[in-house]
Design a protein around this ligand. Structure first.
Ligand SMILES: Cc1ncc(COP(=O)(O)O)c(C=O)c1O
Length: 479
């Protein structure tokens, strides 16, 4: 437990769950604050209050299996150098954009960068925005026209939901995650019930992600596009929006994304890329044609009512983009594949693997048929029974392997999991070490379940519980 107590991360997270109970105990506090605290207490009561105390992955104690710095350009400093070089090449830059994009906040550098990135991705135009979250809100609030219908994979990101809520679409329908048959059925039903769409006077807009952030699986995009083409009969009334947030920098030629990998640049109307994950920078870009860009500038409210992304911000994006295709980027992309292979090989060849999976003690859905996948993702969810999840987390942390617990509201109640992410700077030995620790933990659980242990909790969990008892804190669980 040395690593946890010295970083204090776990301790602070647990302390944050202490109920405030201001809503009932302190009448002198204004109702406004008491009511807000009451809402926070409902999170604390299930030990699911988020705190912003932790920043584990950049400490020397942590082995980063949790951050979005997939290519490790932050940990290695590569992006910092590229960013400073970009600033140095433009010494007269202005820090402020001076206004929103449509109100004096436009400037040559942002336009050049957008065009350069768009052309590289085989798109006609690009619009740089403050984040991929903003990008989704802008796309979904601005592009659907009255009478259009949105069809979305039921695991799309919160930002897509945020945008869809504000959209003018008459209907939003989810289809089962990555289920090609369900997708076909959903499209057919809508086409049958909407003559305007069937005649090609209105559209279905499809929302999917190339890699799903909490599942680590890949969208069967080619099949979905083929189905849409078949059902639309050449009318172009089914259009795709692909969120490439978790494939950007990693998938496709030099990290250009899944759409480029599949050669679907002309079939997909809109693509979203972020620079805040693999590229280790910030911000996002929306790729499409000139019509899409004009619509976003005119109908997406941040284009009008929020300051344009500033020069330093765009310089970080350009620095990240310019790194793609360089040897360090290619090495990193290859390294992640090697690490993922190591993980699956060590996991599935372990003598306890099948028993652990059959008993529901450890499961990694992506491990099934992993050898058949031409490209492995850097995101791997690790499942155990819900009541064991924190035991497994404590065990990993105690070994200095920082993995991410993902819980409600990010995933539905009852579907909490650990998320492991691989990074270019991780080593094969670290990945093998992580798998070894997973099975040391599995053995402990088996011993407890089969009555071979005198304990009722695993060793790391016992240490945490002992400390919590000393501090007067109650149980730490998951919803
Ligand atoms: C699928 C998806 N889209 C969009 C976003 C938002 O990305 P950004 O950090 O650029 O706002 C995320 C964040 O993790 C995501 O997972």
């Amino acid at each position: 437990m040395e690593s946890q107590s010295s970083s204090g991360a776990l301790k602070r997270q647990i302390e944050a769950q202490r109920l405030q109970l201001l809503s009932t105990s302190t009448k002198s506090i204004p109702a406004f604050y008491r009511n807000v605290e009451e809402a926070l207490d409902s999170r604390r009561a299930t030990h699911s209050l988020f705190s912003i105390l932790q920043n584990n992955w950049q400490t020397s104690l942590a082995i980063d299996f949790c951050s979005n710095d997939y290519l490790s350009w932050n940990t290695t400093g590569l992006i910092r150098k590229a960013f400073l070089d970009e600033l140095g090449a433009n010494p007269g830059f202005s820090v402020a954009a001076g206004g929103s994009r449509v109100m004096e906040g436009n400037y040559a550098y942002i336009e050049e960068t957008e065009q350069e990135i768009a052309t590289w991705h085989g798109a006609q135009a690009g619009l740089i925005v403050n984040s991929a979250f903003d990008a989704n809100v802008m796309v979904w609030s601005a592009l659907p026209r009255p009478g259009d219908v949105i069809v979305y994979d039921n695991l799309v990101h919160a930002s897509t939901h945020e945008g869809m809520e504000r959209s003018l679409a008459i209907q939003k329908t989810a289809f089962e995650h990555n289920d090609v048959k369900a997708f076909r059925m959903t499209l057919s039903t809508i086409l049958e019930s909407s003559p305007m769409i069937k005649q090609g006077r209105r559209s279905i807009l499809v929302a999917v992600e190339s890699v799903y952030s909490m599942e680590g699986d890949v969208c069967p995009l080619l099949e979905l596009v083929e189905i849409a083409e078949e059902l639309s009969g050449g009318l172009g009334n089914i259009q795709f929006v692909v969120d490439e947030t978790h494939s950007a920098g990693l998938f496709g030629p030099d990290g250009a994304g899944l759409v480029c990998e599949l050669g679907l640049e002309d079939e997909v109307a809109v693509r979203l890329h972020t620079y805040s994950k693999a590229m280790g920078a910030c911000g996002g870009i929306i790729l499409g044609n000139a019509t899409i860009k004009a619509a976003l500038i005119n109908f997406a409210r941040p284009s009008i009512y929020s300051a344009s992304p500033s020069f330093p911000f765009v310089a970080a994006i350009r620095a990240g983009h310019n790194m793609l295709g360089r040897p360090q980027a290619r090495e990193g992309q290859g390294k992640i594949q090697q690490l993922a292979r190591t993980f699956f090989e060590s996991l599935t060849s372990h003598p306890l693997w099948e028993q652990a999976r059959d008993r529901g003690i450890l499961d990694v859905p992506l491990a099934s048929n992993w050898e058949e996948r031409p490209f492995l993702t850097h995101i791997v969810p690790v499942w155990t029974r819900q009541n064991y999840l924190y035991w497994l987390l404590f065990h990993c942390l105690a070994a200095s392997f920082f993995v991410l617990p993902v819980k409600h509201p990010v995933v539905p109640i009852g579907q909490s999991r650990l998320r492991v992410t691989f990074h270019a700077a991780n080593t094969v030995a670290q990945v093998a070490g992580l798998v070894e620790q997973l099975f040391i933990w599995v053995q402990e659980v088996l011993d407890i379940e089969q009555g071979h242990s005198k304990h009722q909790a695993t060793s790391a969990a016992r240490e945490v519980y002992a400390w919590m008892a000393k501090e007067g804190l109650t149980g730490f669980g998951l919803v």
